[in-house]
Design a protein around this ligand. Structure first.
Ligand code: 1GP
Length: 249
């Protein structure tokens, strides 16, 4: 029990090699060309692909997207579930997350209990993750009933991250929310980095190489990019520059 699985070991090796790595998030609900996009981002330096979304409930669609992506790439496909419906058979791993600052116990332990048996049955590697929502007004904040940590209160993020470490969670995900107007401030990332000893994931509202570089230098191990890839016309160019910026830290 507690042994690092293959995907976790691979992620740790990638982080060791590059300093900070990038995991693009593909939303299974906006997935018309998921397999093509996945191949492109991997060719540009993505270390693995996250698939999920806080309002994704169509499991048939999710399974199809995961299978299509897997057939097109060799790096791991990691589920990023917003609910029990985010568990899907063909994925390699799952951010097995507790939304630590939710006000609803469903998102802290109940969904986890309901989903755990399916994770085992499908043989998906669980990555024990503390999911911590920063700020307000995003889908993850609303659906997850989070009491969002104020952007200017890094110490509260530190408190939750340390608690996560002491509970054995090897990943902390500081989440501003998909499409957030404001990303997690580098100062907050740096404060958490100073104390939390596990793998630090940061995402939400990161669209430029400059911001990604600042967050990488503040100590993030993994940066998640979703909306920019989905929405920006020239996303390929921007994504390449993000990967370059975070590797240069
Ligand atoms: C959302 O952190 C991820 O869960 C990515 O956010 O879509 O804003 O890049 P963006």
């Amino acid at each position: 029990m507690g042994d690092r699985g293959k995907v976790e070991q691979y992620l740790n090796e990638e982080i060791k090699k590059w300093g900070t790595i990038c995991l693009p998030l593909i939303d299974s609900e906006n997935s018309s060309n998921a397999a093509v996009v996945a191949k492109q981002v991997v060719d540009m330096g993505a270390s693995a692909i996250l698939v999920g979304g806080s309002s994704a409930i169509d499991q048939i669609e999710l399974a199809k997207v995961v299978t299509e992506i897997k057939s097109n790439i060799t790096v791991p496909v990691i589920l990023f579930p917003g609910n029990v419906t985010g568990v899907s058979p063909n994925a390699d791993a799952i951010l097995f997350s507790s939304l630590l600052n939710s006000e609803n116990p469903y998102f802290i332990t109940e969904a986890q209990a309901l989903g755990a048996v399916a994770v085992k049955k499908y043989g998906i590697e669980p990555l024990p993750t503390a999911y911590i929502i920063i700020g307000e007004g995003t889908a993850a904040w609303f659906v997850g009933r989070a009491r969002g940590i104020p952007f200017h209160k890094p110490n509260i993020a530190v408190m939750y991250s340390l608690a996560a470490q002491y509970m054995g969670m090897r990943f902390v995900y500081l989440e501003a929310g998909s499409g957030a107007a404001q990303n997690v401030p580098p100062e907050m990332v740096a404060a958490v980095r100073k104390h939390y000893e596990g793998t630090l994931i940061v995402g939400g509202g990161i669209r430029t190489a400059e911001t990604a570089g600042q967050i990488a230098r503040a100590g993030a191990d993994i940066i998640v990019i979703g909306t920019m890839i989905e929405k920006d016309g020239n996303w390929q160019e921007k994504f390449s520059s993000i990967v370059k910026a975070i590797r240069a830290r």
